[in-house]
Design a protein around this ligand. Structure first.
Ligand code: NAD
Length: 372
């Protein structure tokens, strides 16, 4: 009993230390009586009912503030099956041709775009034109030009644009950010981000330049780009990068297999990162400061995330990332909450500018300077 009470106290203390963490138990169940973020429910239509949308849909069943109220798919059978499973009535099921009609649906506040990367730009702009908030999966677009157009379209339509950066709400990640912000790690000197996996089926859209926009960097290396920014707490001012390819049949022109890149920050801190589709067991962040360090490994998988710092193991509870993300996004959209690490379109755009520069550095062999 005592250990349960200790556990509850620890959990309550860690939840209180994280102002944007809603109430979930250590297993990601949302029925734990801690201070709950309250308010209206965000009614979400899911677009693209594939692998990741399935995970999001399941996780949303435990949400307090977000609910699936619409579905968009090109496959009638999926609309029927998902509609029955998640109690979404026929009038709130759409296909890719008619989803603009969502503008007349009062039961939908936001659309979560979970389709292949190349489709995000046009789909988000259509969502904005329909007057609905957009949540878009990473990478937000194929390049910064597209990203800017999406940001502008949402601003012009008066809707919010958020990017599915689930790690921005993850408790151990936020503890490292808190330590860095509080000066507990001292002046930050170095970040290392290693992100990769060995990709399977050579015929999947992730290896098709037209749909993916690139290769490993667009899909998994983006976590190192994004992580470098929130771990170091600065925006990089220069980029160098080198690409290597061992399999030109699987990784065709424009589809990167492995990229190493380096970022330089205004303070003088540097980052050294690896993005690959050809190595397993690569999911590690390391942050080095003059007074301490933090290591997360795994750092961006679905969890549990594990980590330690110079002060010891990180003990924040595991929460199903997508449950937490969607509840917090409801607070951002409906209550104007400001997350510790932003998830808005500008944030997605910053990553796209860096990724454009990484590709340019690979192509030219030249260091790329980044401006605001
Ligand atoms: P997936 O292939 O499993 O699903 C994609 C869905 O889009 C499918 O249902 C497919 O039918 C549909 N689709 C619509 N138009 C299509 C077209 N023209 N070509 C191909 N498919 C089309 O992919 P996924 O893994 O669900 O990835 C979808 C998006 O989610 C990607 O942008 C990816 O980067 C992102 N994602 C994010 C995370 C995360 O942790 N945040 C994890 C996985 C994927």
């Amino acid at each position: 009993m005592n250990s349960r009470r200790d556990f509850l106290q620890k959990l309550a203390a860690s939840a209180l230390a994280m102002p944007f963490l809603s109430s979930y138990d250590a297993f990601g169940h949302a029925d734990f009586r801690l201070p709950v973020s309250q308010g209206p429910v965000l009614r979400v239509a899911l677009m693209g009912l594939g692998g990741y949308a399935s995970r999001v849909a399941e996780a949303m069943q435990s949400c307090k503030r977000a609910k699936i109220t619409g579905l968009i798919s090109g496959t009638p059978g999926k609309l029927q099956e998902w509609g029955a499973k998640y109690q979404v009535p026929e009038k709130s099921r759409y296909n890719y041709e008619n989803f603009d009609n969502i503008k007349d649906n009062p039961d939908i506040d936001a659309v979560y775009v979970i389709t292949p990367n190349a489709l995000h730009h046009d789909q988000v702009i259509r969502v904005a034109k329909a007057g609905k908030h957009a949540i878009c999966e990473k990478p937000m677009a194929l390049n910064a030009k597209e990203g800017q157009e999406m940001v502008d379209a949402c601003a012009n339509a008066g809707v919010k644009l958020l990017v599915g950066y689930r790690m921005h709400f993850e408790p151990k990640t936020l503890e490292v950010v808190r330590m860095r912000q509080a000066g507990e790690l001292g002046k930050i000197m170095f970040f290392q981000g290693q992100c990769g996996f060995r990709i399977g089926d050579p015929n999947q859209w992730r290896l098709d330049k037209a749909l993916a926009g690139g290769g490993s960097l667009m899909d998994i290396g983006i976590y190192a780009v994004n992580g470098a920014r929130y771990m170091v707490g600065e925006e990089p001012v220069w980029v160098t990068a080198q690409e290597t390819k061992t399999d030109t049949a699987k990784f065709k022109e424009g589809v990167d297999e492995t990229i190493q890149f380096q970022l330089g920050f205004p303070s003088g801190a540097v980052a050294s990162c690896l993005s690959t589709y050809n190595m397993n067991y690569l999911d590690r962040f390391f942050l080095n400061g003059e007074k301490g360090f933090a290591e997360l490994q795994p750092s961006t998988g679905y969890g549990p995330i594990k980590g330690r710092t110079n002060k010891g193991e990180l003990t924040q509870p595991h929460v199903t990332h997508q449950t937490l993300q969607m509840d917090e996004m409801a607070g951002i959209i409906l209550d104007n909450n400001k997350p510790v690490v932003p998830v808005d379109g500008e944030e997605g755009l910053k990553d796209l500018k860096i990724m454009d520069a990484i590709y340019a550095a690979c192509a030219t062999g030249q260091r790329q300077e980044l401006r605001g």
